[in-house]
Design a protein around this ligand. Structure first.
Ligand code: GAL
Length: 414
């Protein structure tokens, strides 16, 4: 009897390391703000309940530029993380390298082709195969407003178009508040640009100019007007905007120091994290003039091919967790985005979340859901960076409106 027990004990100890080894994922991401981190906790806890430990690899820096540098280093060193937060064309670029795991079987079983909007599938599939798992459907064309500040400034009602917005912002500035809380970083300037392009030229212009890169459309009075409007916004940010992180800018609106922020709906995650309530403490407006359309960016987890079958098992478990409808609700309620799936109930979402879900469903159906320029869903990374450069130098007054148009056109040509 004793002999049997010992061999049983030995077998059990031998099994533990394999199990323990299998149950871990290393995830590279840039979700380091309050709201982002608490959303990510939902995934960590889901995995930990399934016995999968989470090795966190956060790379701070909104918009993910720094994170992408870290990914390149890890993959070229032949040691990719289990999963990486990737946006839009960056997913396609890695898929071209043949380094992303094939998720097609799981996608077929889960009917992902049906439940994920076609606009997102352009980025989550490569050569017809699923190679990334969409976590959400963020849109960037939002205007966040502090209710009390607007009341004190005598601003009543939602700004209907761009000029309404400027008039409201000027009232807020006159009343002694920061009119527009902004962080002077290229990706944030470009995020504002998304909204101004959509508001000024509409969906057709946006697509032709910034997705098709049609130089005639780019080299037009509409683009000049976009930059003239960016100059108007520049006059309404505070003197300390340069280099400010996006969530610190959100904090200025949350605390009532600023009236507005133009930012994607991850900003809503900061309001939620600060226990603020839509309609009571703040308003979530579609950027004025963009109602009915959406500039979207989807956060995906790309699953890199791994040598170790145990790690691959944990990786696949994570992919399934991310696409689970209840996870898509509990994560995005905190993150501020709409779910990536179109079959998730909005019951758990606040009024801004419900609006986000309704808006993207309509925009997807009406084909007015366009890829965000700022967040890698309009053009590939190299072109995106070239646009960042023009937009930021214009915002910082290094080039004037006309020069900015010319430089944008030449960037698009190369
Ligand atoms: C976006 C990303 C969001 C949020 C934001 C600020 O690119 O899609 O999830 O992280 O950057 O960092």
């Amino acid at each position: 009897m004793k002999k049997q027990l010992t061999s049983l004990a030995i077998a059990a100890t031998l099994a533990v390391p394999a199990l323990a080894q299998q149950q871990s994922v290393e995830v590279l991401h840039w979700w380091t703000s309050g709201g982002e981190a608490s959303a990510l906790n939902v995934l960590k806890q889901t995995l930990e309940k399934q016995g999968v430990t989470w090795n966190d690899m956060p790379v701070a820096g909104g918009g993910g530029e720094a994170a992408m540098t870290a990914v390149r280093a890890r993959v070229t060193a032949g040691n990719p993380p289990t999963a990486v937060q990737l946006l839009g064309f960056d997913v396609q670029d890695w898929a071209k390298q043949g380094v992303l795991a094939d998720l097609n079987d799981m996608a077929a079983k889960g009917n992902w082709d049906k439940v994920v909007p076609p606009q997102l599938q352009k980025f989550t599939k490569y050569n017809g195969k699923w190679i990334a798992v969409p976590v959400n459907l963020h849109t960037t064309n939002w205007l966040w407003a502090n209710k009390e500040v607007l009341a004190k400034a005598g601003v009543t009602g939602e700004p209907k178009d761009f000029d309404d917005f400027i008039a409201a912002a000027e009232k807020v500035q006159k009343a002694g508040f920061i009119a527009i809380a902004h962080g002077g970083q290229p990706w944030q300037d470009a995020t504002v640009f998304d909204s101004v392009v959509l508001s000024t030229g509409g969906v057709d212009y946006y697509k032709k100019a910034f997705i098709d890169l049609d130089t005639k459309t780019l080299n037009s009075p509409t683009t000049l007007k976009v930059f003239q409007r960016m100059s108007q916004i520049r006059k309404l940010v505070d003197k300390d905007f340069s280099g400010r992180d996006w969530n610190v800018a959100s904090g200025l609106v949350i605390s009532g120091k600023a009236g507005f922020q133009i930012m994607g709906d991850w900003a809503k995650g900061e309001f939620v994290n600060a226990k603020k309530v839509p309609g009571k403490d703040f308003f979530c407006y579609r950027f004025p003039g963009t109602q009915g359309s959406g500039a979207f960016n989807t956060d995906n987890f790309a699953m890199f091919k791994l040598k170790d079958p145990a790690k691959t098992a944990a990786q696949m478990k994570m992919a399934e967790d991310v696409m689970d409808p209840s996870f898509q609700s509990s994560f995005n309620v905190i993150k501020g985005a709409a779910p990536a799936r179109n079959d998730v109930s909005d019951a758990a979402f606040d009024d801004c979340g419900k609006k986000a879900i309704k808006d993207v469903a309509e925009a997807s159906k009406n084909n007015t859901l366009v890829g965000s320029i700022a967040h890698g869903h309009a053009v590939p990374a190299s072109m995106k960076s070239a646009f960042y450069d023009v937009i930021t130098r214009h915002f910082n007054g290094q080039i004037d409106d006309k020069k900015a148009v010319a430089e944008l056109v030449s960037a698009a040509k190369n």
